[in-house]
Design a protein around this ligand. Structure first.
Ligand code: ZN
Length: 1036
């Protein structure tokens, strides 16, 4: 899926610590739905209910806002249903004139969502739907402003604004808690999709173009440029994504899924502007659209706007042209081999292979069946009790499951995949052999009921877990099903689906075996995909690109050449022209004056342990977080803590072996997880604290069991099984290098900050590129028994009450009991020597480093030390970072230099960073970072009241973003930032004047900071030192 704002997922300033680490995939969870939204509730909403078996719902007489059969602003209300599982009412309406379906979810949730979806089915790999998605947001009839989407990012307090292209749909969505904002954005989005300008110059900018290397020199060579062109060049260098795409292309080869919807860089230049306009006319017709709205705002206003301004101007057409037929089943299995980029940060060359077996399953619209197949695949794949884990992972001949593994219901036919990464070519055969053996064994022996129940319990628990982005998650999880006319409403009745499955399992002991027989054993639509690295991969791509360029330029006559030259100049001029943003709506100060109100926190000492208590409606769930100070560990020990966090919950305890422990944990809790927490002192940034956090949650009734399991793990963890430990360590190493090519800007920022202070240097060792290198070396030099002893000593030193703090979030009715149980739990924790609570930070001399990566586009960053969070200048610098991102870096680095993204930010540790994303011109970008002050001087007039206010809104988007009930109070618990400090920061930020902004510009940007660092992730650059006037350390 290609998302417009991928590179901006930096979100909240306060929680950026170790973010790069989080962006990696957790090898423990293989479910596809986890990827949707980190802790989104309807993970299971996707895996859904049945249209065949109708369970009668006794609905009490209820007053509905809209009634079936009635007409509201041109929309006929067709279906109304109350869904208790998620405490919502679903309204399905259809526009009489155009047939457009509008699905409204009425729910008492402030974070409202609106989206327009189209079914888009390309028949080539020119990236048509993707480039159209970019272009639609480049100005429309009522908003003829260049790139209103990016302009609106700073004129709104949206909690999410984005557009996405998927294999068969394009989605434009937004969410906000502010109604004025909601209405503003709604108008812009509707106009963008139904009346876009689709201007030729925008096509050149966003899609592709031939342009002179030196714009003003007709004699200079021609090159290919374009935002999507570069975006896709970056995308083809991410091996796990390439593998996943090829799986889809090859298992569903006959229709639209056989093509690369995002665009193949070598095909993109075949696309013409006329193709694009035609594609829009055909696929963006209201009859091919679906509109979604969610939350508490008044729906009638939406209906009136949509009908009056847009839909009533169109007539209904037959939209069957965009329907996707079922894939014709094969009569025999197929095998496809592809080659990939050699990842110089990945495993050794001979191990850098991947293999997967994919099986076509049922149609996505069969919702009870897809629900059950998802449960079955969790049972087969997930965790140490699953059959495939035992047969494929435990023998340890690979780096674990690959990223494609799991049940995927994103296409018309659903697919089951099990795949391995980092294995030798000679072991490919093992997957095939073991696959069949495992399947027969599972069919013969059946499944253990306690294991099945633990998976079902987890599904039930996830229904009750509240996420602040529920409306968005519901949309994402319903999009594919809705796109194929599936029953998205019944799909929300997850409890019914679970009940139906339980009944089937009770009545038929062979229920799952029969499914396996149908979908696994007797399924000839089976693809084996293998992938191996090719040292010439990049060379071949470059050559193909050159050939294409040559072919393109050979066709050109003088007239065409002149046109290219003139277009280059025109585009440049239009990029540099002052946009008429006055045409766009904007919030006013009065719309955002009030800060959000959070529940009060209570601090109490329980059994000598400082405990933070938060009473908040949690829907019968209690959330527990235990923080263990580890600052006093030796540096050697600290470097192993990320590994420790990853494996400690996977080894079992002295009482329960790892299989049993996993079952128990899943049947009583949502899992017990560990992560590292790194916090610089927010007052002076002169010291830092490191801690290890354990998080878990459970239904209130399971809290005593949850605490027993936590205690068992903390006090009785065992690492004795060195065979298992070795396997977990090797899988960990295989997983840490995944995703660098997708989140390179985060790694580049970590790499630049590492050159600024000792704390950031350590951070990079714990979660940046340096961590990968460190781990690989460490494992080579130490045997498993030694590693075990070192890990053991970490646990022994830190898991005790002397180094512990606790946070508990629970609802008023259960909280007293929760505290009682906590008291018991803490009473039994041992007391040990208290470790040091903080370490000093030293600032470093300026330096620059490049991590060489064989990818076609780079990621750049510059970081310097400014001031920590509580310093009075921090809010001004935060506002300035927003202003620089939108007014300077995006226009220059993105629009003019062709990088996919760019921006600036300041984090709570006081580090101010600039970054670029998928950047074709790293040295130009670094020069642009250096010229910030110059720009601020020469474009003085751009820093007016409006620009200042927009930048403040950008900061508010972070400060006021909604927080899940289980995470309320974390700013204080983790970063020592109290609610009072937050409120003060917010009002100080809102009061900043232009003069104050100029004042920080003079003090922080006029001269280069004494402590700065620059970092590039990417291919070797000729004349790097010359062009940047810096000395560079190159890390191969
Ligand atoms: Zn894109």
């Amino acid at each position: 899926m290609f998302s417009r704002l991928k590179f901006m997922s930096l979100a909240s300033d306060r929680t950026t610590v170790l973010r790069a680490q989080r962006s990696r995939t957790n090898c423990k969870s293989v479910s596809k739905f986890d990827g949707m939204l980190s802790d989104a509730n309807p993970k299971k909403a996707n895996i859904a209910s049945s249209s065949q078996i109708q369970v009668p719902h006794l609905i009490k007489k209820q007053v509905y806002k809209f009634n079936e059969g009635k007409l509201y602003h041109g929309f006929q209300c067709e279906r109304v249903e109350r869904i208790p599982d998620f405490d919502l009412t679903s309204y399905t309406l259809r526009h009489e004139g155009t047939g457009t379906e509008l699905w409204h979810i009425d729910r008492n949730d402030a974070n409202n969502v609106f989206s327009i979806n189209f079914r888009t089915t390309p028949f080539d790999s020119t990236g048509l739907p993707h480039i159209l998605e970019h272009l639609a947001l480049c100005g429309s009839k009522n908003y003829p402003v260049r790139d209103p989407f990016f302009k609106m990012l700073n004129r709104s307090v949206a909690t999410l604004m984005n557009a996405m292209t998927g294999p068969d749909y394009t989605l434009y969505h937004l969410s906000t808690m502010n109604e004025v904002d909601f209405r503003n954005l709604q108008r812009i989005y509707l106009d963008a999709v139904f009346n876009p300008n689709l201007a030729y110059l925008d096509f050149l900018q966003e899609g592709w173009r031939l342009e002179h290397k030196d714009l003003h020199n007709r004699e200079s060579e021609l090159v290919i440029k374009g935002v999507v062109y570069n975006e896709m060049k970056g995308a083809v260098s991410d091996n796990s994504k390439v593998f996943n795409r090829n799986l889809r292309n090859n298992i569903l080869p006959d229709h639209t899924y056989g093509h690369m919807y995002g665009g193949n860089p070598l095909e993109i230049p075949k696309l013409t502007h006329t193709d694009l306009i035609e594609f829009h006319r055909k696929y963006y017709h209201p009859s091919n659209a679906r509109i979604y709205s969610y939350g508490s705002f008044d729906l009638t206003k939406t209906l009136a706007l949509v009908d009056k301004e847009y839909l009533s101007l169109h007539t209904r057409i037959d939209n069957s042209y965009s329907r996707i037929p079922l894939q014709q089943r094969w009569s025999q299995p197929r095998h496809v081999h592809i080659s990939s980029r050699l990842d110089n940060m990945g495993a050794a060359f001979d191990r850098q292979n991947q293999i997967a077996i994919a099986l076509l399953m049922c149609e996505i619209t069969n919702i009870q069946e897809t629900f059950e197949l998802n449960v079955l695949s969790e049972i087969l794949i997930r965790g140490p009790n699953s059959a495939f884990y035992k047969s494929l992972i435990e023998p340890n001949f690979s780096g674990g499951y690959n990223q494609s593994t799991g049940y995927s219901s994103g296409t018309k036919d659903t697919v089951f995949v099990v795949g391995l990464q980092d294995l030798l070519v000679k072991d490919f055969k093992k997957l095939n052999d073991f696959f069949n053996l495992t399947m027969y064994k599972a069919m013969k022996e059946g499944f253990e009921s306690q294991h099945v129940e633990s998976i079902l319990h987890n599904t039930e628990l996830s229904l009750q877990h509240q996420s602040p982005h529920f409306g968005n998650a519901l949309l994402f999880n319903s999009t594919a099903l809705w796109n194929h006319d599936g029953d998205v409403v019944s799909n929300l009745r997850v409890l019914d689906m679970i009940a139906r499955l339980r009944t089937c399992l009770k009545l038929n002991k062979n229920y799952f075996q029969e499914k396996m027989n149908k979908y696994f054993e007797n399924n000839l639509h089976k693809l084996t995909l293998t992938m191996s690295p090719d040292e010439l991969y990049d060379e071949n791509f470059k050559q193909a690109e050159l050939d294409m360029l040559k072919h393109k330029t050979n066709e050109l006559d003088n007239e065409k050449l002149e046109e290219i030259y003139q277009n280059g100049l025109k585009l440049d001029a239009s990029q540099k022209a002052t946009p008429n943003t006055n045409l766009l709506p904007c919030l006013s100060l009065s719309d955002v004056k009030e800060p959000p109100i959070w529940p009060k926190l209570r601090i109490q000492t329980i059994q000598e342990v400082q405990t933070q208590i938060c009473e908040v409606p949690t829907n019968e769930i209690t959330y527990l977080k235990c923080l263990f100070n580890i600052t006093g560990l030796s540096e050697d020990e600290i470097k192993l803590v990320p590994l420790f966090c990853n494996i400690i919950n996977d080894m079992g305890t002295i009482k329960h072996d790892f299989r049993e422990f996993d079952k128990l944990v899943l049947s009583k809790t949502a899992g017990i997880n560990f992560k590292l927490n790194f916090v610089e002192n927010v007052e002076d940034a002169k010291s830092y604290q490191l801690s290890l956090m354990m998080t878990t949650h459970a239904l209130d009734k399971n809290v005593p069991d949850m605490l027993l399991l936590c205690r068992d793990l903390l006090q009785n963890f065992t690492l004795e099984d060195t065979v298992r430990l070795k396997m977990l360590i090797e899988n960990y190493i295989s997983n840490i290098s995944i995703g660098i090519a997708s989140s390179g800007h985060l790694y580049a920022m970590l790499g630049a900050a590492a050159l600024v202070s000792s704390a950031s240097k350590l951070k990079s060792l714990l979660s940046g590129i340096d961590h990968i290198d460190f781990m690989k070396n460490f494992v080579q030099k130490n045997n498993t028994a030694d590693i075990r002893d070192q890990l053991k000593s970490i646990g022994k030193k830190v898991f005790n009450k002397s180094n512990m703090r606790v946070a508990i979030n629970s609802s008023d009715s259960y909280l007293p009991k929760a505290v009682d149980h906590l008291n018991n739990f803490l009473d039994k924790m041992p007391t040990l020597e208290k470790l040091n609570e903080s370490s000093d930070i030293t600032l470093l001399h300026p330096s620059c480093q490049q991590y060489l990566m064989n990818i076609p586009v780079s990621y750049c960053a510059k970081a310097f030390f400014a001031v920590p969070y509580l310093h009075k200048d921090h809010p001004s610098l935060c506002v300035l970072s927003k202003l620089l991102s939108s007014k300077y870096l995006l226009p220059v680095v993105r629009e003019q230099n062709g990088a996919y993204g760019a921006g600036a930010k300041i984090s709570s540790d006081g580090i101010f960073s600039f970054y670029s994303y998928r950047d074709p011109h790293s040295t130009k970008t670094l020069v642009a970072f250096e010229k910030t002050y110059e720009w601020l001087q020469s474009e003085n007039k751009k820093i007016d009241q409006q620009a200042l206010f927009e930048a403040k809104l950008g900061v508010l988007q972070q400060l006021d973003s909604p927080i899940a009930p289980g995470n309320i109070g974390m700013d204080y618990f983790l970063y020592d930032i109290s609610q009072e400090m937050l409120t003060k920061y917010r009002s100080r930020m809102l009061s900043i004047t232009i003069d104050e902004l100029h004042d920080v510009i003079e003090r922080y940007f006029k001269e280069n900071s004494k402590n700065y660092g620059k970092c590039i992730l990417g291919p070797p650059i000729e004349c790097l030192e010359l062009e940047t006037s810096e000395k560079w350390r190159i890390i191969a």
